[in-house]
Design a protein around this ligand. Sequence first.
Ligand code: R5P
Length: 321
Amino acid sequence: MAQYERMVIFTGNANRPLAEAIARYVKRPLGDALVTQFRDGETRVLLRDDVRGADVFIVQPTSPPVNQHVMELLVMIDAAKRASAGRITAVIPYYGYSRQEKKTVGREPISAKLVADLIQRAGANRVLTVDLSNPAIEGFFDIPVDHLHAGLLLAQQVQRLLRDTHDIVVAAPDVGAVRLADRFRGYLDSAPLAVLFKDRPQPDEVVMQGMIGDIVGKTVVLVDDLISTGGTLIAAADLLESNGASRVIAVATHPVLAEGALERLTNSAIETVLVTDAIPVPNPPPAIRIISLAPLLAEAINRVHFDISVSELMHQPRLPI
Ligand code: R5P
């Protein structure tokens, strides 16, 4: 029995196809909302569907252009709150600013915390998100955060792609990805783990310093949370190849894909890159495969609505819908 009688799902402009797919899975029409801009660039929102007392889900990855998408999310939450929504869940498949989650030198902001504060202050009651670059960001919120992982969906596709998975090594392209890669290898019959050591002399510059793990003659699956310039995965694949890997494929949840990244990845040593549709990738080349998060997010939304455990969802071999 749901706590709130009605569920209404809205979306901003960050990823309408994903929101539509989620709405199809939960068998409800997407809520009618105008999300546009005034002539001066300010965000303009009008929720045309009644939300009084409803369980409102706003699907909006805060992907590039990040500031615009963050603002759309905030203004939509505000609109729902002022229209007396019963409960508001911000469904954020990709949480922008997540890489600024600590100070690395003096006088830097912690932008991931600032964005969390804004989302709560706007009126969100819950957050549903996927593969935060650092799980500690959950603690930046004082409201419930359901943190989903795309690993199982991606691993199932890796199995389909490779068919024979006995020769696989899962690799973390940097120390920060070890936890993610370790969980991922659990979905692939506990494949062995390799770890690469990355240095960033400048913000978008990558130097691979070395690695541990036996990869000679193996198919290596690189696992990361996001791809921005592609520099991390490309440099990792080069190092793996020069150390004797026979094939390199890569999986990442968030295709942030800064300008030129798709081309660089296509021309790299990586055979195939599997990413989710947390962020839309228009016209992906054949080497980039997109796996939809819609079934996972739809099932999680249903579970939040009907007060059923969401963490259980992470341990199921197959999604129930
Ligand atoms: C942080 O290090 C992340 O996990 C990614 O490895 C990184 O942000 C990817 O960025 P790029 O594709 O620009 O190397």
